[in-house]
Write a protein that binds this ligand. Structure first.
Ligand code: DAT
Length: 175
């Protein structure tokens, strides 16, 4: 299906700490795409039903969130940065990048963020059990889901280059 946008929409997903924000910043700079930090939108536009103390995160109102980003996403050229991906309509999305990281590296990154032990463990389990990769594969066509490792800055550079090539190809195919 030919999308009506001139630039692709890319979900960058993965367990907290894998490097979504870092990748999106790099990609936004390099490719002129717009970084939509869903966390920020949820907070700024009040797309939630309050704060969950146990999970230390917002209880997201998905309908409000989708309404809040719909106009922007439909223009194309968005990097959607979020630790979930199954809520976005398939017609909005051209590529789903699932970032992965080794447990020891993730542990260090989350520890550096002062995550409480329970939340840290929950996120480590989620990474080990490939929860986000599975969610992406369940929610989108296999051809548009790619898994990339994000342990080192070298890997990050390679990932950004690879996504840049993909975006060029997408534009050549769709414009
Ligand atoms: P996320 O947005 O997925 O929660 P982040 O981009 O904030 O993750 O990254 C968490 C921390 O890890 C941050 O200090 C940057 C670092 N980091 C992320 N990806 C990395 C990589 N590929 N190589 C080295 N450090 C990385």
């Amino acid at each position: 299906m030919i999308a009506m946008r001139q630039s692709p929409n890319i979900i960058v997903t993965g367990t907290p700490g894998v490097g979504k924000t870092t990748h999106c910043d790099g990609l936004a700079d390099k490719l002129g795409l717009r970084h939509i930090s869903v966390n920020q939108v949820v907070k700024d536009k009040g797309c939630h039903e309050g704060w969950d103390e146990d999970f230390q995160s917002w209880i997201v109102d998905e309908d409000k969130l989708l309404d809040a980003i719909e106009d922007e996403v439909k223009q194309g050229g968005c990097l959607i940065d979020w630790h979930a991906c199954d809520l976005f309509p398939r017609s909005w999305i051209d590529l789903v990048v699932v970032l992965r990281v080794d447990s020891t590296t993730l542990y260090d990154r989350l520890k550096a963020r002062n995550y409480a032990e329970a939340k840290l463990q929950e996120n480590l389990d989620s990474e080990i059990m490939e929860v986000l990769l599975q969610e992406a594969r369940d929610s989108y066509d296999d051809e548009i889901v790619i898994e990339l490792t994000s342990n080192t800055s070298d890997e990050m550079e390679t990932n950004v280059d690879r996504i840049e090539e993909w975006v060029k190809q997408w534009k050549a195919d769709n414009n």
